[in-house]
Ligand binder design. Structure first.
Ligand code: ADP
Length: 481
């Protein structure tokens, strides 16, 4: 389960399913015990009803015992017929223990079982006993009550009313059938309800995630999350995140200011240094090795000036202090200008430069010098990373309200694993050669290209195959087309 919502729903449904099962079992046990009590009451009233019938008959007719065909005393037949209507098992005995009446249901139990029941009577009569009798081996269980029969003449002893407990029992099948009905419905309701509750509960967290995601880059750190009025867990989370962002913003600002100020402070001494070295180089009669040292120094100073310029550009861009001076520009002009510089570089490197532009003007409102800087960065890289004999192609195109600038080379290419990093600041595929190698650089050029493209509302993408070449594609929006 990937989401807290899913997990909450699962826990909630499981908890509800367990509660339902426990509830059903408790309900089942409670109902079973209640139905045993009902059975006892029923037997008691059956015994009382029988005693009542016998008392009535005795008052009306006197003696209720007559000899049967074998001469044994039995209940007179019309009273016996009346008692057959009483449900369950009914046994009536004489005071000497002989049987006066056995109901049809009781007779159906069989001789042995009736005997067992009859044996219960004498000890229980005096104390109106009751109990449960279990017949082995079938396990049939009889619940019984016994009451005396006083006032019916000297013959009568007691009466036993009994019933099979099965008539009052709730079998486990009944529990199962109710569970089969209740459980799926209950669990389904729990899943729907649980998922709804979890979604509602986690909605504010989702909102915070979306807002924080929108503030991921350093430039949006001034934004804050909306803090709910209620200071619950989510409210406190938003508050804590806001405090954290405030601290981050402060350190980011301090860092940017430091970089901008340091680069700015370095600019003047570097200019002075360069002027000094340039003047020294032109001094006549310098020994050869001094001249070589001065040239190397000048090269380093130039490289450092470029680095400081790049740092200052990025620091100002981060601070929002690098506004674009937009004006309508035919991009073909910029490409032609860049081509001239590119051709100079390419000639030294033994690389051919070609340009493809549409015949009609491609006018877009851009900052001319920034777009030139972007193109030159890409072009310089393309020449720098293309071995002798290769080609660098610049192409300008437009369609669907956007303009595309492509710089493609047949150079060394970029490894797929490096592609996600190439727009990062100070990132270089071959960092060991940063200063000394045949391809010097500081790793800031592409970061500046990305900023320029994005500041114009555009994008920059790269496609590359190691050993085959690289294509950078800049897309700029062209409003009004
Ligand atoms: P650098 O000053 O090192 O060229 P960039 O930011 O311009 O810095 O480029 C970053 C890294 O991207 C380079 O070090 C290089 O490894 C890779 N790269 C840029 N352009 C190309 C290209 N056209 N061909 C191959 N690799 C390139």
């Amino acid at each position: 389960m990937q989401t807290i919502r899913g997990r909450l729903t699962a826990w909630y449904s499981t908890a509800l399913a367990c509660t339902l099962v426990a509830f059903a079992v408790v309900l089942f046990l409670a109902r079973r015990s209640a139905s045993y009590q009902d059975l006892d009451r029923r037997l008691q009233s059956e015994a009382d009803l029988t005693a009542g019938i016998l008392a009535e008959s005795y008052r009306a007719r006197g003696d209720l015992v007559e000899p049967d065909r074998s001469g044994k005393p039995v209940l007179i037949s019309d009273v016996a017929a009346l008692l057959e209507v009483v449900p369950d098992f009914l046994l009536i005995t004489a005071h000497d223990g002989r049987t006066l009446f056995i109901s049809a249901d009781a007779r159906a139990l069989g001789f042995q079982r009736v005997e067992q029941l009859l044996r219960l009577l004498p000890p229980a009569v005096a104390r109106r006993g009751e109990g449960t009798l279990r017949f082995a081996p079938s396990g049939q269980t009889i619940r019984w009550v016994v009451r005396p029969l006083p006032g019916l003449g000297p013959q009568f002893g007691g009466i036993l009313a009994g019933a099979d407990t099965k008539s009052a029992e709730l079998g486990p099948e009944q529990l199962l059938s109710s569970m089969v009905l209740i459980l799926p419905l209950g669990v389904l309701a729990a899943v729907i309800l649980g998922s709804w509750i979890a979604r509602r509960a986690l909605e504010p967290v989702d909102r915070i995630i979306t807002e924080v995601r929108e503030i991921t880059d350093g430039r949006s750190l001034h934004r804050r999350l909306a803090e709910p009025m209620v200071k619950d867990e989510v409210g406190r989370l938003a508050e804590t995140l806001n405090q954290m962002m405030q601290r981050l913003e402060r350190s980011f600002t301090a860092l940017r200011r430091f970089t901008a100020e340091a680069s700015h402070e370095l600019k003047t001494p570097l200019t002075v240094l360069r002027a000094g070295v340039e003047r020294a180089i032109t001094t006549s009669g310098l020994p050869q090795d001094t001249l070589a040292v001065l040239e190397e120094t000048l090269q380093e100073v130039n490289r450092m000036t470029e680095l400081v310029d790049a740092l200052l550009t990025l620091a100002r861009a981060d601070e929002g202090r690098a506004p674009l001076h937009r004006e309508p520009v035919d991009l073909r002009e910029i490409i032609e200008e860049a081509k001239e510089t590119g051709e100079l570089l390419a000639e030294q490197a033994g690389v051919r430069v070609s340009v493809e532009t549409p015949p009609s003007p491609v006018v877009v409102s851009v900052d001319r010098s920034r777009i030139r800087q972007l193109l030159l960065n890409l072009l310089t890289n393309a020449v720098k990373y293309t071995p002798k004999g290769g080609t660098v192609r610049m192409a300008l195109g437009q369609d669907d309200g956007q303009v595309t600038l492509a710089v493609a080379d047949t150079g060394i290419g970029i490894a797929p694993g490096d592609l996600p990093h190439i727009f990062d600041r100070f990132w270089r595929a071959d960092s060991a050669r940063t200063r000394t190698g045949e391809r010097p650089g500081a790793g800031l050029g592409l970061a500046i290209c990305k900023w320029i493209a994005e500041a114009h509302g555009g994008t920059i993408e790269v496609q590359s195959r190691p050993g085959r070449g690289t294509t950078f594609m800049v897309t700029l929006p062209k409003p009004g087309t």
